[in-house]
Design a protein around this ligand. Structure first.
Ligand code: C5J
Length: 221
């Protein structure tokens, strides 16, 4: 497939859909629905729900274009053996592994850990279970992307300044060119979202590019 261009900041982003993957970060009930980890930490989850519809639209467009799509989930083994003790007490008390309305918080296999129905993976879309914030650390994501000759990543999901930002930086250091559609990511802290996107695109795309779902979809047409 020929190279395409997305209108983006700080300048247009060139990509080839055949070597580009959409990476959807942690669109789990635990982060975007009431009764999960996000809410347990004192956050208002309604603040991250605006990104669901644009992400769904972009996901459908990328599926239509035949692009490679990967989803991630943050969480831990049922015995919490892979959860660092220091992470267990983040939030001022222990939430991870405790029982909530959606099952044990951030534990694999529980309702809260699952991806929300609006952007649920379909067959052929790998789901990466990650114990940390970054999608590359302690996962096989890099191997999966390299096996598919992927060079560029469109990174969506929540939250902008935590798992999206960590993944964007990990990807940039590994040589991937990354772009974040600003309407397909959200934070419980709107000012952190703005600052994160500003930091990504600053200094001539020091980490990557920022655009939106409409512009990416237009480039796929
Ligand atoms: C957080 C995430 N915020 N997926 N996780 O703890 O951003």
């Amino acid at each position: 497939m020929a190279k395409r261009e997305i209108a983006a900041e700080p300048f247009n982003y060139e990509f080839d859909p055949e070597t580009t993957a959409l990476v959807v970060i942690d669109m789990q009930a635990d982060f975007v629905e009431p009764g999960g980890f996000g809410e347990a930490l004192g956050n208002d989850v309604s603040l991250v729900r605006n990104s669901i519809e644009p992400t769904k639209k972009l996901l459908e467009a990328c599926r239509e274009a035949g692009m490679f799509i990967v989803h991630t989930r943050e969480g831990h083994r049922a015995d919490l053996a892979d959860c660092p003790p220091a992470k267990l007490t983040r939030g001022g008390q222990t939430f991870i592994g405790t029982q909530g309305p959606k099952g044990r918080i951030l534990v694999r296999g529980e309702k809260g850990h699952d991806i929300i129905p609006e952007v649920y993976p379909v067959e052929g879309e790998p789901v990466i279970d990650k114990p940390g914030k970054g999608a590359f650390w302690d996962t096989d994501l890099d191997l999966i992307l390299r096996n598919r000759n992927i060079k560029s990543l469109i990174i969506c999901g929540v939250t902008t300044e935590v798992c999206v930002n960590t993944t964007a930086r990990e990807a940039n250091d590994r040589g991937y060119e990354i772009i974040v559609p600003e309407d397909c990511t959200d934070s419980y802290f709107p000012e952190f979202k703005t600052a994160t996107l500003d930091m990504i695109k600053a200094q001539g795309a020091i980490v990557g590019w920022v655009s939106n779902s409409d512009k990416i979809i237009a480039a796929l047409d």
